[in-house]
Design a protein around this ligand. Structure first.
Ligand code: MN
Length: 236
């Protein structure tokens, strides 16, 4: 299988800085493999940027499974806090995919960034949000329609940057030619609903068109947060 990808990141319409990080930074194609990831940093202006960048650099520099890479990312962020206690409290989401030319996508995930599969006109969320509101919905204590206005909707329950063992979600997907995979930060999904994401993915011919159309849609809806996307097309 061959992969054709593009990534986009934008500060949005409100924030003063971009605390998201993305890998790779340039579009490209490969018939061997692709590592792609989105990280959304938190913990103040400087801390958020350092956390997402540090985590991604460590995840990319490490060999092995997504979970192994996320643990290396966690170690790197914890070490950066030890080196500079002013960064205490910083952390980051990390959603990472390894696309193998044999046709497998291995995902590792912590936080509220997301992975989606767009196949045959249907959009499926591949990751679970590690947020308070996702837990409240799962336990029936609030309705899904209340999530967008919940006062603690931004509270993440799992993140990179926590000392000790981290709990990584892992998933493997058998890819098919024609699939389009999306990794994104919550700056997209809090601004653009899944139906509109699916519509955009369905009408944009290339990953580059899709990536920037998604960013433009988030900004047109208010752009309250940094927005970052990776779009990967799977070809025969
Ligand atoms: Mn965000």
């Amino acid at each position: 299988m061959r992969f054709l990808w593009a990534t986009a990141t934008h500060v949005g319409m409100v924030r003063g800085g971009n605390e998201d990080s993305v890998y790779p930074t340039d579009p490209g194609q490969s018939d061997e493999s692709l590592l792609a990831a989105v990280a959304d940093g938190m913990g103040g202006h400087v801390g958020g940027e350092v956390a997402s960048r540090t985590a991604l650099e460590a995840a990319v520099a490490t060999d092995g499974t997504p979970a192994h890479r996320l643990r290396a990312a966690n170690d790197a962020v914890v070490a950066a806090i030890t080196d500079d206690p002013a960064l205490t409290g910083m952390g980051t989401t990390l959603t990472l995919g390894i696309f193998d030319g044999s046709g497998t996508l291995d995902l590792g995930h912590i936080g509220d960034s997301r992975g989606y599969l767009y196949r045959g006109g249907e959009l499926t969320q591949l990751t679970s949000d590690h947020t308070l509101v996702a837990e409240l919905i799962a336990s029936g204590r609030i309705r899904p329609e209340d999530a967008a206005t919940h006062p603690q909707r931004h509270l993440v329950t799992r993140a990179i940057g926590i000392a000790g063992a981290i709990d990584v979600d892992e998933e493997s997907i058998a890819l098919e030619a024609g699939d389009r995979v999306l990794l994104c930060s919550d700056g997209l999904t809090t601004m653009v609903n899944d139906d509109d994401v699916a519509t955009i993915l369905g009408r944009t011919p290339t990953p580059d068109d899709a990536a920037w159309a998604l960013v433009e849609a988030a900004n047109a809806a208010g752009g309250h947060d940094n927005v970052t996307v990776v779009v990967v097309d799977v070809l025969e």
